[in-house]
Design a protein around this ligand. Structure first.
Ligand code: GRF
Length: 211
């Protein structure tokens, strides 16, 4: 089985970019084993791009509206990413589903503010609240062509408190999500990972067998 490694990262963002910031902060320490080589976005004027600029990381923007078809945008985005020759692409609050050109060319890690397979899609926090769950959380997974359906790498639970609204709950989740994402990306980079069906394993973990 192929063991993938992930030292060079392209991070994709659509908004505030606090997950990106957490990755940038962690990668300032060489022992973390990760270099963010570029940050891409699907829109201009967002804080995620400003964070990259402040860290002197190259940025690019590919807007879907600039292309006649979704397929052309998919190709253009994949080409922009490829120019930075990443080992891993991290979709960190990137609000677009990635197409085949990107997914076929690079492993893509995604983060979602709910415990998948519950509450996939753009409103995972709102949907969990509306359902009345008492525990939700965050999921780090590999992206596939579905909406939050890829193999799960890691999850962590977060309590829902009685007076939560969407913003308060999302902030509580994001605090955990940033730590989990930084931990998982670093471990994938330093130890490598394998995927077998839906099972993702980081490093040479033999699944608990002793030798
Ligand atoms: C995260 O909760 C992510 O899972 C969701 O949007 C949020 C992005 O936050 N899709 P930020 O832009 O990293 O601050």
């Amino acid at each position: 089985m192929r063991v993938s490694k992930a030292g060079r990262l392209v991070v994709l963002v659509s908004g505030s970019g606090t997950n990106l910031q957490a990755l940038l902060d962690a990668s300032a320490d060489p022992s973390y084993g990760v270099r963010v080589v570029a940050v891409g976005a699907d829109r201009e004027g967002i804080e995620g791009l400003a964070r990259a600029a402040r860290a002197n990381i190259p940025t690019f923007v590919e807007k879907m509206g600039d292309y006649a078809t979704r397929a052309e945008w998919d190709e253009a985005l994949a080409a922009r990413i490829a120019a930075y020759d990443p080992d891993l692409v991290v979709s960190a609050g990137f609000m677009k589903i990635l197409g085949k050109p990107t997914l076929d060319a690079f492993p893509v890690l995604n983060t979602h503010p709910a415990l998948l397979p519950s509450f996939p899609g753009a409103h995972g926090v709102r949907d969990a609240l509306a359902h009345g769950v008492k525990v939700t959380g965050c999921t780090v997974m590999l992206a596939d062509e579905g909406v939050d359906t890829g193999p799960i790498v890691a999850q962590e639970a977060v309590p829902v408190l009685p007076d939560d609204d969407e913003a308060v709950l999302h902030e509580r989740i994001k605090t955990v999500e940033r730590r989990l994402l930084v931990d998982i990306v670093g471990r994938m980079a330093r130890e490598g990972w394998t995927v077998s069906g839906r099972t993702v394993r980081i490093g040479n973990d033999s699944g608990g067998e002793s030798t």
